[in-house]
Design a protein around this ligand. Structure first.
Ligand SMILES: [Zn+2]
Length: 240
């Protein structure tokens, strides 16, 4: 009893601390951090945590020479920055951030809001700039992201990611692969070979019964898992 009497104020202090840390992370929108439900309420509720805005100056600085390179196809004003929440298998609330084409910002927010409300597991939603826009590195980290000014892997064609019109979801467990003519298979990320076998059961797996698949396709996105010449299970794209 004495011990409880002694510990209770300490536990209360620890709770207050985690609340204040969470609120600080929400105010600064520190993507990748875990926050409490109490902090979300104090911040104005879940609606306040799903917002789209023009690219803030600090985000724009972070993107330079990484996801954004000077080009004739897409300008800063064509893009929006999204703040969003997601959950994972830990059932905790995590802060995410994404850059996408301004035209699809509301749709993307709506999809990720529905995924959040349903408790759909997403490991992290960070800007690829965290990985110096290195696609292999962000995929190995199972990152979820949208905009990156780059070509389609192994080609000179501009990727839909370069226009902010494609999203890669839980990218380690939903890899890209193509079977070469010489019988070998090229896999991205290279650490995801085991997840190319879609008859197996594993976490984060996207298939046609998956909620993300249903939400994206309902909004007109095509899924790379349906492609014939190659498979890109992480990839949802809105074709213009
Ligand atoms: Zn993709």
């Amino acid at each position: 009893m004495f011990l409880l009497f002694f510990l209770f104020p300490l536990l209360a202090v620890a709770q207050t601390d985690s609340l204040s840390v969470s609120i600080h992370n929400l105010r600064t929108w520190t993507a990748g951090t875990t926050i409490t439900a109490e902090a979300v309420t104090a911040f104005g509720g879940v609606d306040s945590c799903f917002v789209a805005m023009p690219i803030p100056d600090d985000v724009w600085q972070r993107m330079q020479g990484k996801t954004y390179k000077p080009n004739p196809h897409i300008a800063r004003s064509d893009l929006h920055y999204l703040r969003l929440l997601h959950t994972d298998y830990d059932h905790q609330i995590h802060l995410g951030e994404m850059v996408c084409n301004r035209r699809i910002a509301d749709v993307v927010l709506d999809i990720f809001r529905q995924l959040f409300d349903a408790g759909y597991p997403i490991q992290q939603i960070l800007l690829p700039d965290v990985y110096d826009a290195d696609d292999e590195r962000q995929m190995r980290a199972n990152n979820t992201s949208c905009f990156c000014y780059r070509n389609v892997s192994g080609s000179k064609k501009l990727s839909a990611h370069a226009r902010g019109l494609a999203i890669d979801l839980n990218s380690l467990y939903n890899p890209y692969y193509i079977n070469r003519k010489n019988g070998t298979r090229y896999v991205q990320p290279s650490t995801a070979r085991q997840y190319c076998d879609r008859t197996r059961q594993f976490r984060y797996k996207i298939d046609t019964h998956d909620l993300a698949y249903r939400l994206f396709t309902r909004h007109g996105f095509t899924w790379g898992g349906s492609w014939r010449s190659c498979k890109d299970f992480q990839h949802f794209e809105l074709t213009e």
